[in-house]
Design a protein around this ligand. Sequence first.
Ligand SMILES: Nc1ncnc2c1ncn2[C@@H]1O[C@H](COP(=O)(O)OP(=O)(O)O)[C@@H](O)[C@H]1O
Ligand SMILES: CC(=O)OP(=O)(O)O
Ligand SMILES: [Mg+2]
Length: 409
Amino acid sequence: MSTASRVLVLNSGSSSVKYQLLEMAGPSPTTTLDGGAARRIDTDGSRTASGIVERIGESDGVADHAAALRQVAEELAARGLGLDSPQLAAVGHRVVHGGTRFTEPTLITDEVVAEIEKLVPLAPLHNPANITGIKVARALRPDLPQVAVFDTAFHSTMPEAAARYAVDVATADRYGIRRYGFHGTSHAYVSRAAAALVGKEPAEANVIVLHLGNGASASAVRGGVCVDTSMGLTPLEGLVMGTRSGDLDPAVVFHLARVAGMATEDIDGLLNKRSGLLGLCGDNDMREIGRRMAEGDEAAQLAFDVYVHRLRKYVGAYCAVLGRVDVIAFTAGVGENSAAVREAALRGLEPLGIEIDAVRNAVRGSAARLVSPPAGRVAVAVVPTDEEMEIARQAYSLVRTSSHSVREG
Ligand SMILES: Nc1ncnc2c1ncn2[C@@H]1O[C@H](COP(=O)(O)OP(=O)(O)O)[C@@H](O)[C@H]1O
Ligand SMILES: CC(=O)OP(=O)(O)O
Ligand SMILES: [Mg+2]
């Protein structure tokens, strides 16, 4: 029996690399042995998002994702937890876009890497970083199973009515134009944890998950199955984000091309990197926006108002999609930490049975907790996400299953 029971998870984001080393066996289901992040990766010399992570072992700026990953490998090796460790069972990689091909955790081969590469145009901020992570880890340990866990996977159950754009079917099918959805690992984990928090099995709970990090997305989960989500073909659609616009009239793109004479790449950069909170007020960090609002800064106030207005619209829409809502769960950097965003987003929704308890909402902490009044019709919760743990769980389970089937086959 192999003693390898650790999984290294690499979450290479658009401007950060987060990692966690988890022990998957033993008395408790998982234990984090080490974790951290390299952040503020300056990918193209343009302004990068600030305030990316608040985890243990943060580093200052690094040049690119490959350098960040080598730094992670060196730090682990310095603590005797390097990639050469025989206790390592697998590396789990977050991969943002899996297209229609990848709807399950997948053992990485050259062919799988080539397929993920083909999806780069659909997630230009994310898939290249994910591929770099895969290549660096495979070069360091070619013999070790590496597993890709896709952001899109959880959303692959969306009904056609939610996944289709109302565009010519032949064109859409030829170019893979449909709504894929992202942050699925987080939506899956948080929707299950939110159901547990109100004493229900996932199969009996209807949950709205609001994942509000740098990227932000909402999902409607019925009985453990995703039925709608706010991100679409790419992680640009939906909510207002740190640097991304979210929903807008697609004609804005034609207008900028025809009237402002902007090239496609410039418009892409504008909407993905220089819009959202950053475009509205010059800051993409909700903490800084809060400080500026307290000083009466009007641009910061407008950015906040646009952000929460969009959020409230999606909550209303997903109440309509689900019919009955048991829990609304806030998660990720902003969702877990900003009582002001939670309060403002749900304000005025009492007629829908949605209420926040000011005292509970003000409590800070790292545990999943309710912020609605005890008698509230719809529970409102803060549920810290743990994408790394969920990726480790899925990667470990795949590696165990495939090693069993190899032995038995
Ligand atoms: N105490 C806080 N109050 C308000 N916002 C916060 C707080 N802590 C973190 N955030 C927000 O969380 C964002 C990052 O969220 P996170 O989930 O870590 O992002 P990502 O994983 O997408 O890089 C920051 O940009 C910041 O705006
Ligand atoms: C898909 C996505 O937006 O991811 P992130 O929030 O890590 O940028
Ligand atoms: Mg994130």
